[in-house]
Design a protein around this ligand. Structure first.
Ligand code: NAG
Ligand code: NAG
Ligand code: NAG
Ligand code: NAG
Ligand code: NAG
Ligand code: NAG
Ligand code: NAG
Length: 373
């Protein structure tokens, strides 16, 4: 018994304390843009993170995204083609080496989730791709996507959508890319733009020049949406803000990649298959639904700044050695209390601590050793 009493004060407790599954949870009061001590900060209660460099399988719904399947006929004469959104144009193409953040992908080409626009449009439709988040309760948030655009006459977009006048768009037209330059069309749709089916004259339409080609590498595109303002960022740098027509109802996030040959918008269509590739999506947002609020109140009855986790800024284009980016869902099990996390194959680049059953087994082995001294 002497040996047992002495030893129990040290080794077993060390083993148990090292097990992160037994550590206190963190981030119970949510995720913040800026520090909670800053003059201005945004606080969000919900999280959805997708690490598409390490997402495998053929079911994107298992990662929180619904593939869309629908046709749009070409309509008026400005559009030479219709659009045909097809599930088979979505492809999860992870890195072969699950421990790496760069290298060869399973199917070749850029690793990530690919949205294909097909070069064959002999049937009068351009075969395109679209996804909508399963969560349709997104109301305010900081939403970030690692993305490389397609080439030769497509529109690639990342957006928030409720209806045609409650919408935040970041749209890329490959026909606007030249030499080493690019552009992104930033739009908050309004009743007027919905009515005219054209945002061009609206105060909340802005074409932002970029000093790189969005189809030549991955960059982080982000919007911070709060009740009075939408601020847009590229690779962590603020580029533009809008304070009118700010959406005020909950909806879903969406991504699409398409062409209808309209020379004034998508251009094209492309004559060979071209992909828009998503390396990650990180969304920190508030919910317009009741249940998530009740859950939040349970885990954070009173706002405690010590239980708010600041969202780190991505400050570089997420390519090459900078392709490894931060995910709360990969930063130990305590950082996503009450949140939905998705299948992740990349665990190995993080410190692997013994699982609970293993530490219990070690403890049990120690106990029997101690008792038999
Ligand atoms: C974060 O801080 C910057 C700099 O003060 C400010 O412009 C921005 O509005 C803040 N963001 C939020 C979401 O409050
Ligand atoms: C998000 O919800 C939390 C909890 O209700 C609230 O404290 C915070 O101000 C909300 N954030 C925004 C940007 O409205
Ligand atoms: C895809 O995943 C979703 C969510 O996990 C599940 O409900 C659905 O049944 C899956 N579909 C297939 C074809 O496996
Ligand atoms: C869309 O149109 C294509 C080409 O005409 C056709 O093959 C496909 O079945 C249609 N899909 C839907 C969802 O209507
Ligand atoms: C979109 O929804 C808002 C809020 O419900 C509504 O006021 C607006 O009229 C709708 N816009 C369109 C184009 O239907
Ligand atoms: C936008 O403004 C220009 C110049 O005032 C005008 O020619 C054009 O018709 C307007 N377009 C729309 C959609 O209102
Ligand atoms: C290239 O594109 C940028 C952004 O769209 C534009 O500002 C610039 O004038 C263009 N340059 C040339 C030479 O066309």
């Amino acid at each position: 018994m002497w040996g047992f009493r002495n030893a129990i004060g040290t080794i077993p407790w060390l083993v148990l304390c090292a097990d992160p599954s037994l550590a206190n949870a963190d981030c119970e009061c949510g995720y913040s843009v800026n520090k909670t001590s800053d003059a201005r900060f945004g606080l969000f209660t919900e999280l959805q993170e997708n690490d598409f460099l390490h997402s495998k399988g053929d079911n994107v719904t298992a990662f929180g995204w619904r593939p869309q399947q629908f046709n749009v006929s070409k309509g008026d004469a400005t559009n030479p083609y219709g659009k045909d959104f097809e599930v088979q144009n979505l492809e999860l193409n992870p890195l072969k080496d699950t421990k790496s953040w760069s290298g060869e992908s399973e199917n070749g080409g850029d690793a990530g989730m690919r949205l294909w626009v097909r070069g064959d449009h002999s049937h009068g439709y351009v075969s395109s791709a679209e996804l909508a988040s399963v969560r349709d309760d997104v109301l305010y948030g900081s939403v970030r996507v690692g993305m490389k655009l397609g080439q030769s006459g497509t529109c690639g977009a990342f957006f928030f959508f409720f209806n045609d006048s409650q919408e935040i768009d970041m749209e890329f037209l490959s026909r606007e890319f030249n030499n080493s330059q690019g552009a992104v069309n930033l739009v908050l749709q309004s009743l007027e733009s919905a009515h005219n089916r054209d945002a061009a004259n609206s105060s909340t339409y802005h074409v932002q020049h970029l000093d790189f080609r969005p189809d030549q590498g991955f960059h982080e595109y982000r919007f911070d949406w709060t009740p009075n303002r939408v601020a847009f960022f590229v690779d962590g740098k603020f580029i533009y803000e809008m304070t009118e027509n700010v959406p005020a109802v909950g909806g879903h996030l969406q991504m699409n990649h398409w062409s209808n040959g309209n020379p004034l918008w998508s251009g094209g269509p492309p004559t060979k298959d071209t992909a828009m590739t998503i390396s990650y999506v990180k969304s920190y947002f508030n919910s317009s639904a009741t249940a998530p609020h009740q859950e939040y109140k349970k885990r954070c009855p009173k706002l405690d700044p010590a239980k708010v986790c600041q969202i780190p800024d991505q400050t570089k284009a997420p390519n090459g050695k900078d392709a490894q980016t931060f995910f709360f869902s990969q930063d130990g099990p305590g950082k996503t209390p009450g949140q939905e996390t998705f299948p992740l194959t990349n665990k190995a680049s993080h410190h692997v601590t013994p699982s609970s059953p293993l530490s219990i087994a070690i403890f049990a082995a120690f106990l029997s050793w101690a008792f038999f001294q």
